[in-house]
Design a protein around this ligand. Structure first.
Ligand code: ADP
Length: 478
């Protein structure tokens, strides 16, 4: 493994999680062992102490019943029976002088502790002591006790067996611990890998996306854990980004296409002017056509800028008081001749006055777009009707209903996108920006435009404007 790779490995979340897991496991096991060790040693010591005390009681009874000689011979016999390397007995006067004992060849290093004798003289019934002999690892537990008037018994017992048990316990613990820590590290590594594998999948997908493949998605299971939720959120974000990128791409394709046609026409006119000799009148009409094309281009660019500004709120909305009903009626009257020429009946049902606070020219443009579309996409013999009403919440609803070509369910969600035009309406003039602008203006006024439509039967565009933007009827000058 190269240095860079190994550094990356030590820094991985999986490695650190494993380390934490194994570390916590080791510390808690050591604490458990320590507690267990203390418990075992105290139980063993307690057992030894009880044994020594029961011997003291035995000696005391013998002394009382059969006298000092019997005790002396019992001392000898008892040490022989238990093993001279296991126990020893000493009989002492109150001065600490030993007047009798068992075979002490193995225990000659053990003396009499003055402090223990003093404690007995001060009234303690017995005194325990623990001694470690030089060159021997095992401890010796010693008990001093008064067994009769003027007679002290010093009894000692090797704790060799207990040490052996504790040593065995230590060995077993060390081996088990080594195995368990290895197992804990293995399990920890496995669990950590499982936990971070989802994050790695997301990283891989993000990397391949930054490499250019926006269509990739993170695979996820259906367990619904945190990683799955992260993956789902990440995928949703990618869906949204992909949709936006597609939208931007389509829009730029449309802009390029819509700009190309007038520019090509202008170029054609200029080419004809250069290559063919024309009369002054013809040159005049060519110049007029060029101006017309340029105006169309400028109109398109202006509309695009206006949509952007309205959507981003760069232009502060003019907050003048307007008569919405008068504005709608005026626009209908303006479009009446065009509708008549086309053979479309235009009806409008608008109250005398309806005050509203908003941008006069903007609202005019928004409504004109809707009315223009209704007449444009309604074949001769059809009808367009306009109405202004107030709904339950007193919001203003302006409806533009036509019996025209209608919009298919597939096109319906997209007609408000910039430059979007339905196939069946391509024979009519237009650039596909009217509805985008209309909706942007409606939303800038706190309202919206909705549409219902049936192909070949007609459409209903409803523009709602909130009352908080409108004024009471009385506030408008008559
Ligand atoms: P355009 O300049 O093409 O009219 P719009 O943004 O105003 O652009 O409208 C977008 C598209 O929505 C139109 O091209 C047309 O296909 C469809 N559309 C809008 N209004 C109507 C309507 N009243 N009836 C049928 N189709 C409509």
């Amino acid at each position: 493994m190269s240095l860079k790779k190994s550094r990356r490995f030590w820094n991985t979340l999986a490695f650190r999680l494993t380390l934490w897991y194994a570390g916590i496991f080791t510390v808690s096991s050591c604490i458990a062992f320590l507690l267990f060790y203390m418990l075992i040693t105290s139980v063993i010591r307690e057992g030894t102490d009880q044994e020594l005390l029961s011997q003291v009681r035995q000696f005391s009874t013998i002394l009382k019943a059969r006298g000092l000689d019997a005790v002396e011979s019992y001392v000898f016999l008892e040490a022989q029976a238990a093993g001279v390397k296991k126990v020893f007995f000493r009989l002492l006067y109150l001065s600490g002088y030993a007047f009798s004992s068992s075979n002490m060849s193995y225990w000659e290093d053990i003396g009499v502790r003055k402090r223990a004798i003093e404690q007995l003289l001060q009234g303690d019934s017995h005194v325990f002591d623990t001694v470690v002999l030089r060159d021997r690892q095992d401890q010796v537990r010693i008990l001093y006790a008064l067994i009769g008037p003027g007679v002290i018994l010093q009894v000692g017992q090797s704790m060799e067996n207990q040490s052996r048990i504790i040593e065995a316990f230590k060995r077993i613990f060390m081996t088990t611990m080594a195995l368990l820590i290895g197992l804990a590290a293995g399990v920890g590594w496995f669990m950590a890998r499982r936990a971070v594998s989802g994050v790695e999948a997301i990283t891989r997908t993000a990397q391949s996306i930054s490499g250019g493949t926006l269509g990739k998605r993170v695979p996820f299971k259906t367990q619904g854990d945190e990683i799955d939720q992260l993956a789902m959120t990440f995928n949703q974000m990618l869906d949204r980004i992909q949709a936006l990128v597609t939208e931007i791409k389509e829009m730029s394709d449309n802009i390029a296409h819509d700009l190309k046609s007038p520019v090509t026409r202008i170029r054609g006119i200029a080419e004809v002017t250069l290559t063919h000799e024309k009369s002054i009148g013809e040159y005049g009409s060519m110049a007029a056509s060029t101006i017309e094309e340029c105006d169309r281009l400028l109109d398109m660019i202006d509309t695009m800028l206006m949509i952007s500004k309205t959507e981003s709120g760069v232009d502060q909305l003019p907050n003048g008081e307007i008569d919405l009903a008068g504005l709608i009626r005026g626009a209908c009257e303006l479009f009446e001749p065009a509708a008549e020429d086309k053979g479309v009946t235009l009806r409008y049902d608008v109250p005398d006055k309806r005050p509203f606070v908003g941008g006069n020219r903007m609202i005019q443009r928004m409504f004109s777009n809707l009315l223009d579309n209704a007449i444009k996409y309604t074949p001769p013999g059809g009808a367009v009707s306009v109405s202004l009403s107030e709904n339950d919440k007193s919001d203003i609803a302006i409806t533009v209903k036509d019996t025209g070509i209608g919009i298919s369910p597939d096109d319906l969600p997209r007609i408000f996108d910039r430059f979007y035009r339905c196939d069946q309406s391509r024979s009519e003039p237009g650039i596909g920006l009217g509805l985008s602008l209309a909706r942007a203006i409606a939303r800038a006024h706190g309202g919206d435009i909705t549409v219902t439509s049936r192909l070949h039967q007609g459409s209903i565009f409803t523009l709602t404007l909130p009352t908080r933007k409108s004024l009471s009827r009385s506030s408008l000058p008559a």
